[in-house]
Design a protein around this ligand. Structure first.
Ligand code: CP
Length: 328
């Protein structure tokens, strides 16, 4: 894949070679992300960071990644602070804002909206989450984290068993991650959710067509020999009302007791975050915070590396990052 000037809209754009390349570039970003080295490779460049839905990690880590490469960030957060609230089209917004920016990261509540926006943009557009559809940069950082965590236990992604739990219908991160994992060999999926919130048929078709085994179930029974357990939040914002979402809250808790009873030792615990910390929901209990296999904060940290890599790739400066080093 030729990254320079490309939009990053869906994980369907990638193959295993391009994923390996992104991860190799992310590894190269480690000393800059850890402030051991400093670079000004994107000095003078501007990121348009457009977030029309709430976000903590994705928005701030896109901005941090761009700053760490020496660039500047212009933020728009919320529909109400944009002319979209006055009826401006995504095309016009893109056409205008792409004259003010060198690259744009965008989150929007409607599936397909970031792709629509990219039609009007003159600069690369990176999807920071479009409705219940996709979250490709999250999937890349999840996969990067899985690779690192499994390598720590002497394992690889091929042949692994992942257990995805919660709102698999509206949780866009599990859609994108499943499609990426489908590119690997013999991955086993256990998909646990209420039937109404089960993984969309299109994603299951992708798994089936690429020869993977999956089990769809409503509950955890006995021991799950998973290498990874990936919890998700009930995506309240995608339901007709909060009361509709309430009926599913608290059904898929994971705490230390359940972890010890149902998962083999060293099962890696992941969650894209935010976790819903209200007591009635509590899909990932704070009593797991001291569990060394809880990878959720390493996952969030890896977001900066992956997003630095994607900026360097889409702006065509991968080979110049070290040439623009300056004093720390
Ligand atoms: N994982 C994720 O997308 O988090 P935010 O909603 O905080 O960006």
């Amino acid at each position: 894949m030729n990254f320079t000037g490309s939009n990053i809209l869906s994980v369907n754009q990638f193959d295993r070679d391009s994923i390996d390349y992104i991860f190799a570039v992310a590894d190269k970003m480690q000393p800059y992300a850890r402030r051991k080295k400093r670079t000004k490779v994107l000095d003078g460049a501007i990121l348009g960071n457009l977030f029309f839905e709430p976000s903590t990690r994705t928005r701030v880590s896109f901005g941090t990644a761009f700053n760490l490469l020496g660039g500047e960030v212009r933020e728009t957060t919320g529909m109400e602070s944009s002319a979209i609230a006055k009826g401006e089209s995504l095309y016009d917004t893109a056409r205008v804002l792409s004259s003010y920016s060198d690259v744009i990261a965008m989150r929007h509540p409607k599936a397909g909206s970031v792709s629509e926006f990219s039609q009007g943009s003159r600069v690369p557009v990176i999807n920071g989450g479009d409705g219940a559809n996709e979250h490709p940069t999250q999937a890349l950082l999840d996969l990067y984290t899985i690779q690192k965590e499994l390598a720590y236990h002497g394992q690889g992604i091929d042949g692994m068993h992942i257990c995805m739990i919660g709102d698999l219908k509206y949780g866009r991160t599990v859609h994108s991650l499943s499609k990426l994992l489908a590119m690997y060999k013999n991955v086993r999926f256990t998909l646990i959710s209420p039937l109404e919130l089960s993984m969309p048929a299109g994603v299951l078709d992708t798994l089936e067509n690429s020869g993977h085994r999956y089990t769809v179930t409503e509950k955890v029974d006995g021991l799950v020999d998973a290498d990874i357990v990936y919890q998700t939040r009930i995506q309240q914002e995608r339901f007709a009302s909060p009361e509709d979402a309430d009926q599913y809250r608290g059904k898929f808790r994971l705490n230390q007791e359940i972890y010890t009873k149902h998962y083999k030792p060293n099962t890696v615990i992941m969650h894209p975050l935010p976790r819903d910390s209200r007591s009635e929901a509590n899909e990932l209990d704070n009593d797991l915070n001291q569990n060394p296999n809880l990878a959720i904060f390493r996952q969030a940290d890896n977001g900066v590396l992956i997003r630095m890599a994607l900026f360097a790739l889409t702006l065509g400066v991968v080979d110049q990052v070290d040439k623009f080093e300056c004093e720390v």
